[in-house]
Every structure is written in structure tokens, then in C-alpha cells.
Ligand binder design. Structure first.
Ligand code: FMN
Length: 353
């Protein structure tokens, strides 16, 4: 019912034993996690969105030292953050009592903690030099020059879409594979413009819409936690499923103890979307941040993240881990803490059963 023969096959470009992508997760996925996933026959990902070219080079080297298989490198392509001194000052003033509770003053000013891919020629040069099999983009699309340069090196290009409009824009920009990210997904929504209306489409509807509308393979993401979920994505016509939250619980992830405990606890059933941590909507486990009420509008992404990270550092120095980013999708209660290779094998067995 589902396969359109006019659409190029993902399997032709990217032979995978299991139609599964371990989602790139900045701060959580690691080269060890990605390597274990690749070696088990799926596509592992490292997230370079919150690091610079030096950090990216080290991660790619660590991954290549562990596997010769194809892997995915993920970048952030958000719009340039617009500084608004009044908004940033108001945000810091509002957070000041929280900083005071942990014995520190808020930062005097906020600066974006990382540079977006478009403003980082060294990162593009690194990708051109190292030519990973796959590069994926979140929060927008890379420039035409970057698309052309990466394609010339044989890099397969993926981009997140949360709507048909974004999916169509990705195809028009030359993206090879579109990742349909439903509202169920953990972590940041890949919205190109977080200020625009958001239809908040679920994974099921969005995947099917994109499969029907786009002339490229679609990967389903959001709330998929087991073989039954992957089978459902494939039944919708997706070429693969991308799972993030399912891999947070793996020992190879960089998730801290408090995050792991929260993921295994009752709060996992109550994920919420919040913009207060970073300035962009992201689905999170309940935390001290998501419990804050009557917040003013946070600064633009990722400027707000500087305050969130500073508050987390101050609180965690006193033993309070509750201001850390603890992203998770709606399927969080289904997470299974096991080594990544075992998880990939289990997902493959469930899919085959
Ligand atoms: N997607 C990206 O493209 N880049 C990221 O750096 C990124 N970081 C994430 C961090 C965490 C902890 C999580 C859970 C998700 C992140 N995502 C990121 C979103 C995933 O790519 C994917 O859309 C999502 O995990 C799918 O939903 P699921 O978590 O329910 O499986």
C-alpha cells in the first residue's frame, strides 16, 4: 500500500541491517553510543550542534576509532539569534531569586553558548574534510553552498521537518531524506521558525503526510520506543525510524544520574513542552525548570540557554540537579536501560516478530 516506486530507496544509499537511526542528541549522545549502534547494524549519530569544529573533530575521530561503518553527524541551522538587551535583562532579573537561592549572582549578560552551522565555516570545512556518510540538520536548512559542497563529497543529507511546508522546503533545498518529527518527540522541536504558528502534528499524521507528499524517503521520529513502533512507522511508508529517548537510558549515553533516575521514575509519564531552558520549545521530563510559573518570554534561542546552563551549574554545585536539561519524548515510560548494542538487537528482534 505504501511504497512509491518513484521515491529513491534509502537502502540503496545507506545499507542498514536494521531500519533504525539513533537520534543525534546534543549533550547526551556520545561517540561510544553511536559506535555501538553502528556496529549493531543501525545508524548511530553524534550531535555537533552545541560544539565547535575542534570538539567536532575529536568526536568524529573517537567514533572512527570505534567503527568503520557509516554514521551521522548532526548540526544546528537555526536563524541567527537576535540580541534584545531589555528582554535578556528582564529574564535575568526574573531568574535572580533562583540564582540567589544557590548563592550566586546571575550572569551580567547573556551570550549564545554556541555558533550556528551557517556562521561556522570551520565546521563546514571539517565536514568536507572528514566526509561522514550522513549529515543531518535541525532547526532549518543549510545554505545552498553547504548542500552542494557536502553532496560533492558524497554525504547523504537529512533534515528535520515538523510540517509539510518544512518538508517541502527541505526537498527544494536538495535534502535527500526528511525526518518527520512529531510533537511526541523528546528534545527540541525542529521548527524552522519557532515564532510561526505550530500545528503540533503527531508523528503518525506527519509521517503519512510527508510520505504521500514528498519525492524523497521519510524517516519517522517521535514517541517510537520499540519494535512495534518501528513497524508502525514502516507501515506508514517511512524508510526508517529515528529514536532518541529510547537511547538516553543506555549506559553509553552522557545522561547524568538524576536524568536517568527521572527517566525511570513516575515523571516520565508527564513530559511537557517548555521554552524556558533554551528559548525554543523542547519536550522535557518534569524538572525544576518546567515547574516555574508565570515566566516572562525568555530570550531568543540559544541566548536563553546561557542562563539555563548557568542556573543549572549553580544549583548542581549545591546538590540540586533539577535545572538540568532532561529531554524526553512521550514514550519515555517505555525506555529500557540496557547497552546500546543489546537495545538495537532487541528492537530488531521485536520488529521481526
Ligand atoms: N535532534 C537533533 O537533530 N539534534 C539534537 O542535538 C537533538 N538533541 C536531542 C536530545 C535529546 C536528549 C532528545 C531526547 C532528543 C534530541 N533531538 C535532537 C531530537 C531527536 O532527533 C528526535 O527528534 C527525537 O528524539 C525523537 O523522539 P523520541 O525522543 O520520542 O524518540
Amino acid at each position: 500500500c505504501c511504497y512509491n516506486p518513484a521515491v529513491p530507496s534509502l537502502a540503496d544509499r545507506l545499507p542498514l541491517a536494521v531500519p533504525l537511526i539513533q537520534a543525534p542528541m546534543a549533550g547526551v549522545s556520545t561517540p561510544a553510543l553511536a559506535a555501538a549502534v553502528c556496529e549493531a547494524g543501525a545508524l548511530g549519530s553524534i550531535a555537533l550542534g552545541a560544539t565547535d569544529a575542534g570538539g567536532g573533530r575529536a568526536m568524529i575521530a573517537q567514533l572512527r576509532a570505534r567503527t568503520a561503518r557509516p554514521f551521522n553527524v548532526n548540526l544546528f541551522v537555526h536563524a541567527a539569534p537576535v540580541t534584545d538587551a531589555a528582554r535578556e535583562a528582564a529574564w535575568l532579573a526574573w531568574l535572580a531569586p533562583l540564582f540567589a537561592r544557590y548563592g550566586v549572582a546571575p550572569p551580567a549578560a547573556l551570550h549564545a553558548p554556541y555558533v550556528r552551522f551557517d556562521d561556522d565555516p570551520a565546521m563546514l570545512a571539517l565536514l568536507i574534510e572528514t566526509a561522514p556518510a550522513v549529515a543531518s540538520f535541525h532547526f532549518g536548512l543549510p545554505s545552498a553552498a553547504a548542500v552542494a559542497a557536502l553532496k560533492a563529497r558524497g554525504v547523504l543529507l537529512l533534515a528535520t521537518a515538523t510540517s509539510v511546508t518544512e518538508g517541502e522546503a527541505a526537498v527544494a533545498a536538495g535534502i535527500d531524506v526528511v525526518v518527520a518529527q512529531g510533537i511526541e518527540a523528546g528534545g527540541h522541536r525542529g521548527l524552522f521558525d519557532p515564532a510561526a504558528p505550530d500545528d503540533a502534528l503527531g508523528t503518525l499524521a506527519l509521517t503519512r503526510l510527508l510520505v504521500r507528499r514528498l519525492p524523497v524517503p521519510v524517516v519517522a521520529a517521535g514517541g517510537i520506543m520499540d519494535g512495534a513502533g518501528i513497524a508502525a512507522a514502516l507501515a506508514l511508508g517511512a524508510a526508517a525510524a529515528q529514536l532518541g529517548t529510547a537511547f538516553v537510558a543506555c549506559p553509553e549515553s552522557a545522561a547524568g544520574d538524576a536524568y536517568r533516575a527521572a527517566l525511570a521514575g513516575p515523571g516520565a509519564a508527564h513530559t511537557v513542552m517548555t521554552s524556558l531552558v533554551s528559548g525554543r520549545p523542547a519536550r522535557s521530563l518534569p524538572t525544576r525548570f518546567t515547574a516555574l510559573a508565570d515566566a516572562p518570554m525568555p530570550p531568543a534561542y540559544p541566548i536563553a540557554y546561557a542562563a539555563g546552563k548557568a542556573l543549572h551549574a549553580a544549583a548542581s554545585a549545591t546538590g540540586e540537579p533539577g535545572y538540568g536539561a532532561q529531554w524526553a519524548g512521550q514514550g519515555a515510560p517505555l525506555a529500557r536501560a540496557m547497552p546500546a548494542a543489546a537495545l538495537v538487537r532487541m528492537l530488531a528482534a521485536e520488529l521481526a516478530s
